[in-house]
Design a protein around this ligand. Structure first.
Ligand code: ADP
Ligand code: NA
Ligand code: NA
Length: 269
């Protein structure tokens, strides 16, 4: 598998700083795999456009951390709304979602090449897909509840990131992702960024861990350790790749570092 380049973009400095802290050690082997941009979406597009000059034209997908009805009225989606052409684009986009309710947890890939409206021209700078990944039904309030940080913070953010990467279109070179659930959804930046980077680091160790061991790591990260789902082979694999079984058993995503269950040397080159 050719790994997709991941471009993390957010205008919230805390978010980009936390991404950098959580990815740092792991990404040093190949900084091209993950690129972190502090700034708004417009400034990222400008930068990518400049980099594309004189090079093979790259194709980009962007994740919409939206709502279940596909309106692009706020947060990062508002930047997409403005960039892609406002109300007429939103109308076209919602039509691609069949004007249908998309549950949180679902992914719909919208192919921008299908847009025949020359005045919108959404692929003008190399964007070819929007990956619609609703993080909330409507923005009527935060999803985060401080008394349930795992269930309402860590889990939805991990799932959204994992799902976006899992359904990444094949004919795209890079995927642009903003902080997930860090806006309207009001998940604290530290929880969101840790959960995003854990999902991204799992993605980046593709081929280095069995999918069964990835399942085990996810189960523990999300706080659902379940002995019966932990095959003996995976214990041996943990020892082989340097994952401490005791740290895994007691792992707490709210307080423990990613490195304690996913050693930084585990990363594709
Ligand atoms: P969610 O509902 O998942 O919380 P939001 O769209 O409200 O999604 O916010 C997600 C993230 O997008 C936030 O971290 C916010 O700082 C960032 N963001 C909002 N607008 C922009 C923009 N124009 N450019 C870059 N990042 C943005
Ligand atoms: Na959202
Ligand atoms: Na949004």
């Amino acid at each position: 598998m050719k790994p997709l380049r991941i471009i993390l973009c957010d205008m919230n400095k805390t978010v980009t700083q936390l991404w950098t802290d959580f990815i740092q050690k792991a990404a040093t082997k190949n900084p091209n795999l993950v690129y972190i941009h502090h700034g708004d979406f417009e400034s990222l597009i400008k930068k990518l456009k400049n980099n594309n000059v004189n090079k093979n034209k790259r194709l980009y997908s962007v994740v919409s951390p939206g709502n279940s009805f596909g309106y692009l009225g706020g947060g990062f989606d508002l930047a997409l709304y403005n960039y892609f052409g406002g109300a007429p684009f939103e109308k076209w986009f919602r039509k691609q979602l069949e004007n249908e309710y998309k549950p949180v947890g679902s992914i719909t890939t919208v192919d921008l090449q299908k847009c025949k409206d020359k005045t919108l021209n959404p692929t003008r700078d190399g964007m070819n897909y929007i990956v619609h990944c609703p993080t909330m039904i409507t923005p009527n309030g935060p999803i985060f509840n401080p008394s349930e940080p795992m269930k309402t913070g860590v889990e939805p953010v991990f799932d959204a990131t994992w799902n976006s990467l899992r359904y990444a279109p094949e004919d795209t070179d890079a995927m642009i992702i903003s902080g997930l659930c860090t806006g309207y959804a009001a998940v604290p930046e530290s929880l969101s960024c840790k959960s995003m980077i854990f999902a991204i680091r799992l993605y980046l160790c593709d081929g280095l861990l069995s999918s069964e061991l990835k399942n085990i790591l996810i189960m523990h990260f999300l706080g659902y350790p379940y002995k019966a789902y932990f095959p003996e082979e995976c214990r041996d694999e943990c020892k082989r790749v340097g994952i401490d079984l005791e740290k895994l058993r007691t792992f707490n995503a709210l307080t423990d570092s990613i490195d304690s269950i996913l050693p930084p040397h585990l990363i594709i080159e």
